[in-house]
Design a protein around this ligand. Structure first.
Ligand SMILES: NC(=O)c1ccc[n+]([C@@H]2O[C@H](COP(=O)([O-])OP(=O)(O)OC[C@H]3O[C@@H](n4cnc5c(N)ncnc54)[C@H](O)[C@@H]3O)[C@@H](O)[C@H]2O)c1
Length: 374
């Protein structure tokens, strides 16, 4: 039995999803011989760290993250901080040589992402980035179908990630709405997952043809009642091409009323098409050309143990009982742990995050207005 002691840095929304992942990671049959101990949870808010300690069963809670890198007891560290804090914190943790899983994005821009990616290669330890959508069974199945060539050459696609957590002007100002603390807005926060889903399922984006941005709510009030200007995008759309020559679109919004959290990807190829949408999280729609025209249509595949990750994370190992986004974090942590114990190569390295950051930054380069001359 191998024991891995875990520290979590950042106990907010994503940090807690990581805690949920570690807590349940040993559900996978092939990880039964790895004991995962939730050792330390660290957050600048000690009260939050303590709350998360109790909720997920960590041994210790602290507001002092400086002890984690130097603590010889800790093997594995998860990082989920406001984007601007990633660089300084990761710099220390990467140098410690411990295994690190960090949330995306790698800082607030390409310069941070390049710096951290270079650093990640200079010290030992497994490095992974939280592209959790890759671990959703239906999206992972879609990637497998494309890799197997069942849809032929991918000709075109459409992707979107909509949320409505900021759709009301009363939604309060946080680090996410400021270019200095977040870098980009909806595109960098949400669209990064769509950029990565395209790389995962089709191939990496290598050309951005156009992009437009809109900030619909330009001022917000923080928790203490102070008003702030919003300095990044609420909405973004872009036209892109991938390395394999597929052409497509990406739309993202954090002010899309009625769409609480929705990533979707449709791909169309020379032999068929496939469609995934988190609103039907456990379904994959697949159409393979060539059947009887009178009776052929897209098949609606309900996820189950035959699909990637499902048996490792589902409390019922049978079809149709369904998993959700929390379980994607279990699968993400399981793959990270497999890499740590030398059983898997990861496809979510800092390089993947650097790619996403470069694509996003080349989209932001279009953020100038060109007025039509009438
Ligand atoms: N993969 C996903 O689906 C997903 C989902 C949400 C967020 N994220 C990413 O996770 C990161 C965190 O987002 P969030 O929604 O959890 O934010 P959050 O604001 O809910 O949590 C951030 C936490 O970090 C703490 N903190 C700030 N600076 C700190 C420091 N120097 N040391 C220790 N703690 C510090 C804050 O007190 C807060 O509790 C972001 O980079 C975001 O892009 C990823």
């Amino acid at each position: 039995m191998q024991t891995l002691k875990v520290a979590l840095v950042g106990a907010g929304m994503a940090g807690q999803a990581h805690a949920f992942g570690y807590r349940n990671a040993s559900m996978a049959d092939d990880l039964r011989d790895v004991a995962i101990e939730l050792d330390t949870v660290a957050d600048v808010s000690e009260a939050l760290a303590e709350d998360v300690r109790l909720r997920y069963g960590f041994k210790r809670a602290t507001a002092d993250i400086s002890q984690i890198a130097a603590n010889p007891e800790i093997d594995v560290i998860s990082v989920a901080l406001p984007n601007h804090a990633h660089r300084a914190v990761l710099e220390v943790l990467l140098r410690s040589g411990k295994h690190v899983l960090t949330e995306k994005p790698l800082g607030v821009g390409v310069e941070d992402a390049e710096y951290l990616t270079n650093l990640s290669l200079q010290y030992p330890g497994i490095r992974s980035v939280g592209f959790s959508y890759r671990r959703i069974p239906a999206l992972a199945q879609m990637a497998q179908i494309v890799r197997e060539g069942r849809l032929g050459d991918i000709w075109h696609f459409e992707s979107s990630y909509y949320a409505d957590h900021a759709a009301s002007a009363a939604d309060r100002f946080t680090w996410r709405f400021d270019r200095a603390t977040a870098g980009g807005g909806a595109l960098s926060d949400l669209g990064a997952h769509a950029v990565d889903a395209i790389a995962f399922v089709i191939s990496p984006i290598d050309e951005v043809l156009s992009a437009q941005f809109k900030t619909s709510i330009t001022e917000r009030t923080d928790r203490s009642g102070q008003q702030h200007e919003v300095t990044n995008d609420d909405f973004a759309s872009a036209l892109v091409r991938t390395e394999c020559g597929a052409a497509g679109s990406l739309l993202t919004s954090r002010v899309a009323y009625g769409q609480p959290n929705r990533l979707s990807l449709s791909v169309y190829g020379s032999k068929g098409s496939a469609h995934f949408d988190t609103q039907h999280y456990n379904d994959l729609k697949v159409f393979e050309a060539g059947g009887n025209a009178a009776t052929t249509g897209p098949s609606h595949v309900v996820m189950g143990p035959a699909n990637p990750h499902y048996s490792d994370v589902s409390s019922f190992r049978s079809r149709g009982v369904n998993t959700g986004y929390g379980e994607a974090f279990i699968a993400e942590i399981q793959d990270f742990i497999r890499a740590v114990v030398g059983r898997k190569e990861l496809d979510t390295t800092f390089d993947n995050a650097l790619h996403a950051m470069r694509v996003i930054e080349s989209m932001y380069a279009f953020d100038t207005k060109t007025a039509l001359q009438n």
